[in-house]
Design a protein around this ligand. Structure first.
Ligand code: CP3
Length: 343
């Protein structure tokens, strides 16, 4: 039994004293204790060493006491396991030297035995569960197939992922072949994560908002739906699509336990689009954490009142930024813990 089960109760839609809180990308980046580890070990060493990954996962919990931990890892361990080289270049981000650009490239992509290739992730989960000592739940994650395709084809981060979109629209058969291989790998991977001990999984569709609503259905959502269908009886699935408010209605019917919302969609609109019955997660503008702590607290209280304390998980609308002051992140978390319902 997990002692603080606010997060799991919110995922089940139960009534809670206050909503749970965690922050996307909470492990890393803005924390000095993370920067110390980062100075000593390169990115994939941190991901692949269970002792380091579990330590980084619990760092923000020790400092702030969030209601859920998210495993330190990356969405790009999936293409890596599929025989696509992925480098993490300092001050640049992900770099894939041999991007996928043809049917032949897709044919060379492997659907791996994830129990072997990604064993280090399950070991990191087990090490983290020990450190968490059943105090709070642990979240596992994966990128959406579309978001992974974006990196595999573009070869690096991008403002518009133009090469990825060009590939989909000029070679849809190859694109769907790749998306299906990523989907199959992701399903087995998340299943193993659940077996290793994660209490919920989140699918990050960070670049879903690059697609028009119609293209979103074809190139992104149908694959996320396959992941939800495969996992929903084994664990809670949270679907987060950045810039994808237009799809919230469809997402609400998917069997996901919760849906992530970014800050461009109001609480009222998100509740309206989803029919008012599903748990929502979000949606504080990450740059609003630059505001003074007192203002952050006021805005967080208003955000909870707007979403309602039940069927709600407080979060940012995207990952925390690297230069957010520590006291401002603390104000965000504390405001939720101090929350008193107005009724
Ligand atoms: O809470 C956490 O931080 C848990 C771990 C986590 C990382 N990446 C660690 C990381 C999670 C959940 C991710 C998800 C991820 N990775 C996404 C989806 C979420 C989102 O932000 O949209 C995406 C698109 C990636 C791909 C990726 N990995 C990028 C674009 C970068 C470079 C820029 C950056 O810092 O976001 C990474 C590298 C990365 N992943 C770092 C960390 C802590 C920074 C590099 C380093 O530590 O050396």
């Amino acid at each position: 039994m997990i002692k603080n089960d606010l997060f799991l109760r919110a995922l089940k839609g139960e009534t809670v004293e206050r909503p749970p809180v965690w922050m996307m990308r909470q492990a890393g980046r803005y924390l000095p204790e993370f920067m110390e580890i980062k100075a000593k070990y390169d990115f994939f060493t941190r991901c692949q060493t269970p002792e380091l990954a579990s330590e980084i996962t619990v760092q923000p919990i020790r400092r702030y006491g969030m209601d859920a931990a998210i495993l330190f890892s990356d969405i790009l361990v999936i293409p890596q396991a599929m025989n696509i080289e992925v480098q993490m270049k300092p001050n640049f981000g992900p770099y894939l030297p041999n991007p996928i650009r043809s049917q032949k490239d897709v044919d060379n992509v492997v659907v791996p035995d994830v129990t072997v290739e990604l064993d280090y992730v399950y070991q990191a989960i087990k090490a983290t569960k020990e450190k968490l000592n059943d105090e709070i739940p642990l979240i596992g994650f994966a990128g959406s197939p579309w978001t992974i395709l974006c990196y595999c084809v573009q070869g690096q981060g991008s403002k518009n992922f133009d090469k990825a979109k060009k590939f989909c629209f000029t070679n849809p058969v190859a694109a769907h072949g790749l998306l299906q291989k990523i989907t199959d790998t992701t399903i087995s991977y998340l299943r193993q994560k659940v077996k290793a001990g994660v209490n919920a999984v989140q699918v990050f569709d960070s670049w879903g908002g690059m697609l028009s609503p119609i293209d979103y259905q074809e190139f992104s959502w149908q694959y996320i739906q396959q992941i939800i269908d495969a996992l929903k009886d084994e664990t809670h699935v949270i679907a987060f699509g950045k810039g994808c408010w237009f799809a919230l209605g469809e997402m609400a019917k998917s069997g996901a336990s919760a849906l992530g919302v970014d800050w461009t969609c109001s609480a009222r609109n998100a509740r309206y689009l989803t029919g008012g019955n599903i748990t929502l997660q979000g949606n504080f503008d990450p740059t609003r954490l630059y505001s003074p702590p007192a203002e952050i607290k006021k805005m967080v209280t208003k955000m909870i009142n707007d979403f309602g304390k039940d069927k709600y998980i407080v979060n940012l609308g995207h990952g925390i930024l690297p230069d957010i002051p520590l006291d401002n992140a603390k104000a965000f978390i504390d405001a939720v813990k101090e929350y008193k319902s107005p009724d």
